[in-house]
Design a protein around this ligand. Structure first.
Ligand SMILES: [Zn+2]
Ligand SMILES: [Zn+2]
Length: 271
């Protein structure tokens, strides 16, 4: 088990959520290492979108995994004396048979694992998994095509998938736990302020705490959308329950490796 305490207690710069050429990131791993070191980072973890059983242009294929592990070893050999590099994946929970708890992921030599939900089943066709992450324009189009415009279904199903993922286990860090909140609130203004929505987040939070998982504060969208995942309004709850937290930039570009992290850390520290 990865010793998160080493990082949680440290004032060192770290990022445990990084996308590169092995999925939808925009630079090779080495460029992230060089940039992280230049910015004074002491810990950097790589998290390509893990292979999944459904068709996805974003996720790494199983055939690419060995190449990723080889590149990781090469970079550790070259830079490991200057920065701690970690091998990980952001593993999708797609369903009971395709998620972080699968034997396949247990068999991989990973330092830690992030569990995330980016896909939920279409409203009248549970066999079709639909991407609910990403830019709002695409989300809006898929709301009509796959969900009959039923935003309540989408929000509830996102959180029920998250709950099922937490129940199944097989991972260490819960990735962007309320990510649906942004796209849902673009589609239906204020939906993420409604009591039933709040309850879904709080129930998920309690379940995560019961399972002793680490919660990610994801800062990728802070600069562009003024939004953290979990949303800023839940930071007080994280602190009150002394939740184990890691603050990750979910960087897809080397220059954004620290984007939003200092702001989140500062906001968390004053609570
Ligand atoms: Zn993600
Ligand atoms: Zn990510």
């Amino acid at each position: 088990m990865f010793d998160f305490q080493r990082i949680l207690n440290a004032t060192d710069l770290y990022n445990l959520h990084t996308h590169t050429q092995y999925c939808d990131g925009h630079a090779p791993m080495q460029e992230f290492v060089v940039e992280a070191f230049a910015q004074g980072f002491t810990h950097l973890g790589f998290t390509p979108h893990a292979p999944i059983l459904v068709e996805s242009p974003v996720n790494m294929s199983r055939e690419q995994v060995q190449s990723y592990l080889d590149e990781m070893k090469r970079l550790r050999d070259a830079y490991g004396d200057r920065i701690d590099l970690y091998t990980s994946m952001e593993i999708d929970y797609v369903g009971p048979d395709d998620g972080p708890a699968s034997d396949y992921f247990a068999s991989l030599p990973l330092d830690y694992r992030i569990g995330s939900v980016h896909f939920i089943p279409a409203i009248n066709n549970p066999g079709v998994m639909v991407d609910i992450d990403g830019k709002y324009q695409g989300f809006k189009q898929r709301m009509g095509q796959y969900f009959d415009g039923d935003i309540h279904y989408v929000v509830k199903t996102f959180f029920s998938q998250m709950m099922a993922m937490v129940e199944q286990g097989g991972f260490d860090i819960v990735g962007h736990m309320d990510k649906i909140g942004y796209n849902a609130s673009q589609f239906c203004d204020g939906i993420d302020e409604e009591p039933w929505y709040d309850k879904l987040v709080i129930d998920l939070f309690e379940n995560i705490m019961d399972h002793h998982l680490v919660i990610e504060v994801n800062t990728k969208a802070w600069l562009q959308r003024n939004r953290f995942y979990p949303n800023l309004k839940y930071f007080g709850m994280l602190k009150r329950y002394n939740a184990p937290i890691v603050v990750n930039s979910d960087a897809h570009y080397p220059t954004l490796i620290n984007s939003g992290r200092m702001e989140a850390i500062k906001l968390l520290s004053v609570l």
